[in-house]
Design a binder for this molecule. Structure first.
Ligand SMILES: NC(=O)c1ccc[n+]([C@@H]2O[C@H](COP(=O)([O-])OP(=O)(O)OC[C@H]3O[C@@H](n4cnc5c(N)ncnc54)[C@H](O)[C@@H]3O)[C@@H](O)[C@H]2O)c1
Ligand SMILES: *[C@@H]1O[C@H](CO)[C@@H](O)[C@H](O)[C@H]1NC(C)=O
Length: 318
């Protein structure tokens, strides 16, 4: 799929993730009429008119939005689609039913992607007659800004589907990563939640407050990991001897931290204290500020590493 002239993209589910994908695709499709949105919400068209501009810092894009194909029938939504991405509720029964219907009505070679954060494709595809078609394409919120897409096939997903999907996102200067097994929570969230567990442990032990912990991350590994991931970072940290040198130098400290890591679990009583601290400190987080700064960080990285910025989310000429 080199350019997008003949691509019709259908988004099923227009919540947080679906509308963010809509913002992404509007920036890349030659015409907004190549984007179809289906959702079971009443008053869908008005909801999209009101909500989608939030992804453009409130900029007036109403004439673009009017050209999006907004439909209330699943069959109409998928009939002429080349790519179908489902971002409906995180509910196995709903997704199973959707895929059986989508498969029935969609063109035979359309790509079928689910945004699920944790329901494996092998579970969702149970009632499909061709289970080779479904692929998890897990975005990192918000996908109109974040480059990562975790591609998580079921054991039945065909390699062709994986390769076509990879090619699509790479041609849009995104970073699709093929996750080889249907591991719980995939990879990005597993890493984030491992850190979250230790963060909760340290806060509930009174070592630091919620805001102090955030400051520590924002002023150290946050910016570093945007430039080089943990392996590259510690490989550099070990000097000429690389990662091996790093473990030679402070391997014992690493092991001591692992030994001491908190095994906190959901529902064990730390919740109220930590939740209250977060609420008192932050109230409602300004996601517009978050997105604006994140976009600038990613632009700098693209410019430095590729000599060009690709992260634009303005709708293309329409
Ligand atoms: N929010 C995140 O950070 C995040 C990140 C990555 C992946 N995901 C995944 O993306 C999916 C959507 O998450 P979200 O946060 O956007 O949820 P959301 O609740 O904001 O949106 C879900 C949308 O689906 C619609 N819907 C309900 N039933 C439907 C049906 N039968 N058919 C079509 N649409 C229906 C709802 O009206 C709503 O607009 C989930 O599978 C979630 O796990 C979420
Ligand atoms: C299906 O999509 C193609 C490519 O965008 C378009 O040329 C064609 O008119 C569409 N057909 C229908 C029936 O909508």
């Amino acid at each position: 799929m080199d350019r997008n002239e003949n691509v019709n993209i259908t988004l099923i589910g227009a919540g947080t993730i679906g509308l963010s994908f809509a913002a992404f695709h509007l920036a890349h499709l030659p015409s907004p009429s190549q984007l179809t949105i289906y959702d079971t919400r009443p008053d869908l068209a008005r909801y999209i008119q009101e909500t989608l501009p939030n992804f453009y810092s409130g900029k007036d894009i109403s004439s673009t939005i009017l050209k999006i194909n907004v439909v209330s029938s699943l069959e109409d939504a998928v009939r002429n689609a080349t790519i179908i991405q489902e971002s409906g509720p995180e509910n196995l029964d709903i997704k199973r039913k959707l895929w059986a219907q989508v498969e029935y009505h969609a063109p035979k070679d359309s790509l079928l992607w689910t945004s699920t954060s944790g329901i494996p494709a092998s579970h969702q595809s149970r009632d499909m007659s061709d289970k080779t078609r479904l692929l998890v394409v897990h975005p990192y919120n918000p996908p109109h800004i974040m480059p990562l897409l975790e591609l998580v096939p079921s054991p039945s997903t065909s390699d062709t589907v994986i390769q076509r999907t990879k090619a699509f996102w790479e041609s849009h200067h995104r970073t699709p990563i093929h996750i080889k097994r249907e591991t719980t929570g995939f990879v990005a969230n597993r890493l984030a939640f491992a850190l979250l567990r230790e963060a909760i442990h340290l806060v509930s032990e009174g070592v630091v407050s919620v805001s102090e912990l955030d400051k520590i991350v924002e002023n150290s590994m946050g910016p570093r990991w945007a430039v080089a991931g943990p392996f590259k970072s510690y490989h550099a940290g070990g000097g000429a001897a690389g990662l091996e040198g790093f473990f030679g130098n402070i391997g014992q400290t690493v092991q001591n931290c692992w030994d001491d890591a908190g095994q906190v679990n959901v529902g064990e009583g730390w919740e109220k204290g930590v939740f209250d601290m977060a609420k008192d400190e932050y109230g409602t987080v300004d996601t517009e500020e978050r997105d604006r700064i994140t976009r600038r960080i990613l632009q700098v990285i693209q410019e430095e590493k590729m000599g060009k910025v690709y992260g634009d989310v303005e709708p293309s000429s329409s």
